[in-house]
Ligand binder design. Structure first.
Ligand code: BEZ
Length: 322
């Protein structure tokens, strides 16, 4: 009886204190700069969640890699220091290797196919499977633009890449692709790429058009090659620890709002890819389109080096309607 009365008193005190008594701030980390579409989607999610819960659930977004690189974000999610993150599939594939199938070169020949694949049943299955390998709940996919290349100097693609150094995101699947082309992949963080190119420490860069523009790589250093050689998916993840502390209704809210924002992001890329290309051309950048056949041999070699991924790659291709 005494315990029952004490419980009632605590309950009444909470009601009297108003909804803020149960207010909670979740942390979300990502590595892109504030103007990048991923950072904008993260902030839109934070705003909507706060609005829909009258400020009871707030999200503190830390972008620009201010919490460290993606490997550091994953560690923080595991240690309970971070609640949510937008993380590239490449980084996640270190722990959940089947996700690397999404990085198979020329799996998606264009951004429309990339979107279809990420919204298809095989990609959804890979996300569910990720839970067996990581302490994370994968909510849904976002994506970046198709990967392209920036080449310094005037040599042909094979001349520059043969024994040349290429900046890559530090992910085995991406590094392997450049090795098949005879190049040496070098991990250079985004803010250091411009300087590395300028100082001749690297001969080429693997990147998407949005980031090529943001880092102003096209003006100063050689040519942009439109290769569309790889898609670049991202996943919204929540630490399982955090997920367990949210009510079922709040889990639904977080999933619905975040995945809605990432759905808008995937849709936006269809137009943005074309617009970024037009901006580059309008700036007078040297833009060259590489024929798919020029990279077909490297794409085949990549698959031969990853035989365990081939059944998944075939299912993903069917989801793209190929
Ligand atoms: C990159 O490493 O090129 C990259 C990482 C995250 C978002 C966009 C680009």
């Amino acid at each position: 009886m005494v315990r029952w009365i004490a419980g009632m008193l605590v309950g009444l005190a909470l009601v009297a204190a108003g909804p803020d008594a149960r207010a909670r701030e979740l942390s979300l980390g990502l590595i892109t700069p504030p103007g990048h579409v991923w950072s904008q989607a993260a902030r839109a999610f934070a705003d909507r969640l706060a609005r829909e819960t009258d400020g009871r659930l707030r999200v503190a977004v830390t972008d620009s890699g201010a919490r460290g690189n993606e490997a550091a974000l994953l560690r923080q999610l595991e240690d309970g220091e971070l609640d949510l993150a937008l993380i590239t599939v490449g980084e996640l594939s270190r722990q959940a290797p089947a996700l690397a199938a999404l990085l198979a070169p020329r799996l998606a020949p264009d951004i429309e196919s990339a979107k279809r694949i990420l919204e298809g049943p095989t990609a959804a299955g890979l996300l569910r499977d990720m839970a067996r390998h990581t302490p994370l709940v994968g909510l849904c996919y976002g994506m970046g633009g198709m990967r392209q290349m920036v080449l310094s100097g005037d040599g042909t693609l094979s001349e520059v890449l043969d024994e040349g150094k290429v900046r890559v995101t530090p992910v085995p699947a991406i590094a392997d692709f450049y090795r098949t082309l005879g190049a040496e992949p070098v991990a250079v963080p985004l803010p250091a790429v411009d300087r590395a190119l300028e100082q001749g420490e690297i001969d080429a860069v693997d990147m998407d058009l949005e980031m090529i523009l943001a880092l102003r790589l096209a003006n100063s250093h050689g040519r942009v090659l439109i290769t569309r050689h790889m898609m670049f998916p991202m996943v919204a993840v929540v630490s399982r620890q955090t997920w367990a502390t949210l009510s079922a209704a709040d889990r639904d809210r977080v999933r619905r709002i975040l995945c809605d924002e990432l759905g808008k992001l995937r849709l936006a890329y269809l137009n943005r890819e074309r617009q970024w290309l037009e901006i580059l051309q309008g700036m007078g950048a040297r833009v060259e389109v590489v024929a798919p056949a020029d990279l077909a041999e490297a794409a085949r070699a990549w698959r031969l080096a990853h035989p365990n991924l081939i059944p998944v790659i075939e299912r993903l291709s069917r989801d793209a309607g190929r």
